[in-house]
Design a binder for this molecule. Structure first.
Ligand code: AHG
Ligand code: MN
Ligand code: MN
Length: 336
């Protein structure tokens, strides 16, 4: 039995030159996750459910739990001192800490504090997504440029799923490990070592109600998913929760592709590159899969805005490659 804290300390020990800053940062995120987990679990009992009458930078109604989760992760990172700046879904601009300790933090974090928050009232799984980068600026407050790095520069990425049990899944670029929270003792215990996509996936997860607005390639791909072909286990199975973390997590475990394409109305889709697509793309690759925007690797996109969006396809390699084939064949100019 190994706890999250033990595991990350052991991982650090493999690098004698490591200073321990990343270890502390990951530990801080794990602690904040426990506070968020407690509130998520009590959501039906307290008055944290429902809207708080504010609108976030995406123009969406913010939920109280969104705000709570945002505050918890920011507070944990601020007091930890390893992170000098944060880009959060809930804040229009980056949060650059101005206290002396945090200003010397070597890392920056991009975070979706609560993913799938429309599912809170119906007691459906929600999550948190994060990625960690080394800052580029040398001194002073963190800058927006520190966060506008390609996903290939990610140092660590992970998600927390508040589901039938709560799990933290993360990678530092050497495989993916999953830890399940034992609520009786408040510890994340390693339960899913070296997570890999199964070879044969049969699940596809997409909001099919948008079909009419999808590029032809995606409409054709859906026909492929629906077709009868026992050799490739088709028709595939539809599963869609509407919480990216939960949909991605199930597909990682059971084998399946998660799709959030661009549409005629929104060619860049809905999901945000920095704190939704990139961390999940990094995890997908580390789990032996792929993550694409339809024409190439998500992690190679050069971000220009902390809230920019991207079409997103992640899953087992052959399933993502099939999407890329379809995009090339049927919609080569889509979004260009
Ligand atoms: P968030 O709650 O952080 O705004 O994210 C919601 C996202 C993501 O979790 C999910 O995959 C997607 O929205 C669902 O969108 P649709 O309702 O358009 O399917
Ligand atoms: Mn989200
Ligand atoms: Mn969110």
């Amino acid at each position: 039995m190994k706890t999250l804290t033990e595991f990350i300390i052991e991982e650090q020990a493999k690098y004698p030159s490591a200073s321990g800053n990343l270890t502390r940062l990951l530990n801080d995120l794990g602690i904040a996750a426990k506070f968020v987990n407690r509130e998520v679990n009590r959501a039906g009992l307290t008055n944290v459910m429902g809207y708080n009458d504010e609108v976030n930078v995406q123009g969406e109604a913010q939920k109280k739990l969104d705000v709570y989760a945002n505050e918890q992760f920011i507070a944990a990172l601020r007091s930890g001192g390893e992170c000098c700046a944060i880009a959060s879904e809930e804040d229009e601009k980056i949060i650059a800490f101005d206290n002396d300790v945090s200003q010397s933090g070597k890392y920056v974090v991009a975070i979706d504090p609560l993913d799938g928050s429309s599912n809170i009232e119906s007691n459906v799984s929600i999550g948190t997504v994060f990625s960690v980068y080394r800052r580029l600026s040398m001194v002073g407050k963190g800058r927006v440029e520190d966060l506008l790095q390609k996903g290939t520069e990610i140092v660590a990425a992970g998600y927390i799923i508040y589901g039938s049990s709560t799990m933290l899944v993360y990678t530092t670029g050497r495989g993916v490990n999953g830890f399940t929270l034992d609520p009786s003792v408040g510890l994340f215990i390693r339960s899913h070592p070296d997570m890999k996509y199964p070879e044969a996936g049969t699940i596809y997860s997409i909001n099919e109600s948008n079909s009419i607005y999808f590029p032809e390639a995606i409409r054709e791909y859906l026909k492929y998913c629906h077709a009868d072909d026992p050799e490739t286990n088709r028709p595939y199975i539809t599963r869609y929760i509407g919480s990216m973390v939960a949909d991605f997590h199930r597909n990682l475990i059971k084998g399946g592709i998660f799709l959030y394409p661009g549409t005629m109305k929104n060619p860049s889709g809905k999901l945000r590159l920095l704190y939704e697509c990139n961390p999940m793309a990094f995890i997908a690759e580390q789990a032996g899969g792929k993550a694409s925007h339809g024409f190439g690797r998500i992690l190679e996109i050069q971000p220009t805005d902390i809230h920019q969006r991207s079409p997103f396809f992640a899953g087992p390699t052959y399933m993502v490659e099939k999407i890329e084939e379809y995009m090339k064949e049927f919609s080569p100019d889509f979004g260009k």
